[in-house]
Design a protein around this ligand. Sequence first.
Ligand SMILES: NC(=O)c1ccc[n+]([C@@H]2O[C@H](COP(=O)([O-])OP(=O)(O)OC[C@H]3O[C@@H](n4cnc5c(N)ncnc54)[C@H](OP(=O)(O)O)[C@@H]3O)[C@@H](O)[C@H]2O)c1
Length: 292
Amino acid sequence: MMVVTTPTGDIGAQVLARILENGEAVRVIARDPARLPARVHEGAEVVPGSHGDADVITKALAGADRLFWLVPPPPFSSPGPAGDYYLNFTRPASQAAASQGVGVVSVTTLGHGYRGQAGLLSGALAMDELIEDAGVAYRALAMPFFMENLLHQVRPIKEQGMFSMANTAGRPLLAVATRDIAAAAAALLLDASWSGRARVPLVSPDNLTPTGMAEVISDTLGRPVRYQQVPVADYQAMMRRRGASPAMAQGFAEMTEAQNDGIYDAEPRDQAAATATSFRQWCRDVLKPAVG
Ligand SMILES: NC(=O)c1ccc[n+]([C@@H]2O[C@H](COP(=O)([O-])OP(=O)(O)OC[C@H]3O[C@@H](n4cnc5c(N)ncnc54)[C@H](OP(=O)(O)O)[C@@H]3O)[C@@H](O)[C@H]2O)c1
């Protein structure tokens, strides 16, 4: 039996679809089961509630072999540091998985070994330590920047021919498409043979800077799109104006500074093969239809 969290989320839904296709017994945890499509109700057991809740996750893990674990992105209004959010959300699951002998496959960040403060990314790395220290069999899918983050910029791309972030324009920003994360997660969930702990870095075959991404986007859309780098402090202030708590705005700012400082390169990935989806392919398949 597999347990899949976030079945309504981008990655969780793709992981679940692959497991259902394979015909494996699967249980999902959903805050609002009414939002799940009919094929999920037909093919999976549904446990209502949040996977951050101790009673819910303990119930969901009864008799399970594997858990797909994904901490929801922290709400903008979170009052405390990002690290606390990831740890508080994960603690009940790590305890339940340890006591029930369930192997965990999780989505986390690349950057293991980075020594600086990295905001949200420090939170995800602390989560990995928590799960490992609980003695759980663990595969940490270690991710760079999701290509899907650019879907938040469809409007400026379409209307102004630009997108903006606080990432250094000329520094490579490693990236990955969420479909490749889901494929790797499903393969590990369906594989009963692994034990112990390992990190599984997943990085696309590109090594593009944000400026290089803008060039590929321009080529794919057939019109000019430029990248605009904004200062990290401006980005932090913009997040505050949009309702982020001071702690969350700081967590995002520290994350970006760590990306600009090379956090993703801190983690060795010598053995890791590149994922299937290049940035150009992703732009063709996902960004172009979204921009229209
Ligand atoms: N973006 C990046 O570049 C990047 C890079 C590395 C790692 N990550 C990690 O990737 C993860 C995000 O994955 P994603 O893009 O698949 O997320 P997503 O599409 O935003 O989905 C979020 C899911 O979380 C659920 N959810 C929200 N709040 C919840 C709560 N309080 N309790 C239970 N469920 C809740 C949502 O369900 P409802 O339907 O109930 O709302 C939804 O299923 C984060 O852990 C992030 O740290 C992101």
